[in-house]
Design a protein around this ligand. Structure first.
Ligand code: HSE
Length: 404
């Protein structure tokens, strides 16, 4: 018996939970032991064999136990996750969580709970699976030089785009595979409509710039409306379509952020990020660009990030949210002009979207597109009309080019 073992109460034994069980077994130096696992249905058949008696369906057997040092929460229901995590923090129990939807919606309150109850919530697994984005932003990039964080933050949508774009598979087959491989959320709408990327971007922004922006205030557009004509257009232009999330300082003490498909040229790092991989580019004033690349979804990659947080807790690590206390924090703006491609069929797009300038327009019976300049704030205001119609949008990324 190792008396120094960190004793874990695990909530959730799905794709990631089972991965955690496996990676802990592979890592004796973690000195971690899973004491109890709380699940909704004890009798559900599971592929990973575990000792009898480890499972419970009573959350209090973990939350009120005196032999648990750390709670690891990897259930996929954001409301239940919030109840578990907030009550654990209120009891002073540190938590490791991978629930990006819950964290992105409740982060200010969760930060306050950590402070008030002198405990810690770690969540590197919530953003980009196995890539250590949060801790790097929090510790290494802890200064004013950071200008931009941009990348592919969702493995499922990237997997779908890769299969459709590079392998000629149908969108629905690719989505079904992403689900079967355990990359997609239980409701894959979160992946393909950009919300999963959005939640990760909200969390990343807190650690990159020290500012929390509510997910409701950020423009988010996904890939579900992509058509063959969009893929043809991208191929002709020798670009790939990627679902990209970005936060960037834009001058005058402001920053902007959004999630949408982008035409990515072959000279960009994220052009070569395929399948379920994620890629994050960090741009700074004195070091130009740095690129982090790795598996963004899946059981063991995500579990390895949870393991890293478990080990960090052994050393009492916690996020200090230092940037939230900086004197000159940048302000969020949507008053920036983007040059976007909008593909439509019959919708009167020019009546809906107030372009300040049109650069290109193509009209045919099958499909039409326009490329024009538009304010991000106008896109946010028109988001419901766009989503209600068969419209695909892609950023042509010229806005960020001029920052280069
Ligand atoms: N559904 C998520 C993705 C899982 O595809 O990236 C990892 O957060």
């Amino acid at each position: 018996m190792d008396n120094n073992k960190i004793r874990i109460g695990l909530f959730g034994f799905g794709v990631v939970g089972q991965g955690i069980y496996q990676v802990i077994k592979k890592a004796p130096n973690a000195h971690a032991e899973i004491r109890r696992i709380c699940v909704r249905d004890i009798n559900k058949p599971r592929s990973v064999e575990i000792p009898a008696g480890l499972l419970t369906d009573n959350a209090d057997e973990i939350l009120h136990a005196d032999d648990i040092d750390l709670i690891v929460e990897v259930i996929d229901n954001a409301e239940a996750s919030y109840r578990i995590v907030s009550s654990a923090l209120r009891r002073g129990i540190p938590v490791v969580s991978g629930n990006k939807a819950m964290i992105a919606r409740h982060l200010p309150e969760l930060i306050e709970l950590q402070r008030r109850h002198d405990t810690a919530l770690l969540y590197d697994a919530s953003s980009c699976g196995s890539i250590p984005v949060i801790r790097n932003l929090e510790e290494y990039y802890d200064n004013d030089l950071l200008l931009e964080v941009k990348g592919i933050l969702n493995g499922s949508s990237n997997y779908i785009l890769s299969r459709v774009f590079d392998h000629g598979e149908s969108y629905s087959d690719a989505l079904a595979k992403a689900q079967a491989l355990g990359f997609a959320e239980s409701d894959p709408t979160f992946d393909i409509e950009g919300f999963d990327s959005l939640f990760k971007l909200v969390i990343i922004t807190v650690h990159a710039l020290g500012v929390y922006v509510s997910p409701d205030d950020i423009f988010t557009y996904g890939i579900s409306s992509i058509h063959d004509s969009d893929i043809r257009y991208a191929r002709e232009k020798r670009v790939k379509i990627k679902l990209v999330a970005q936060v960037a300082k834009v001058g005058n003490g402001c920053f902007t952020m959004f999630v949408m498909p982008e035409f990515v040229r072959s000279n960009k790092y994220i052009y070569s990020v395929d399948d379920e991989y994620n890629g994050v580019v960090v741009r700074g004033e004195c070091y130009d660009r740095q690129f982090m690349f790795g598996k963004g979804a899946g059981s063991l990659p995500t579990a390895s990030s949870i393991l890293s947080d478990i080990m960090a807790r052994r050393h009492d690590y916690r996020y200090e949210y230092k940037k939230m206390h900086y004197l000159d924090r940048p302000s969020y703006t949507t008053d920036i002009t983007l040059r976007i491609y909008v593909r439509y069929r019959t919708t009167p797009v020019l009546d809906i979207l107030p372009f300040s300038k049109i650069h290109e327009q193509y009209i045919s019976d099958d499909s039409c597109y326009v490329i024009g300049d538009i304010l991000l704030s106008e896109l946010i205001a028109r988001r419901p009309q766009l989503a209600a119609n068969d419209i695909f949008i892609a950023n042509t990324s010229t806005f960020f080019e001029h920052l280069d």
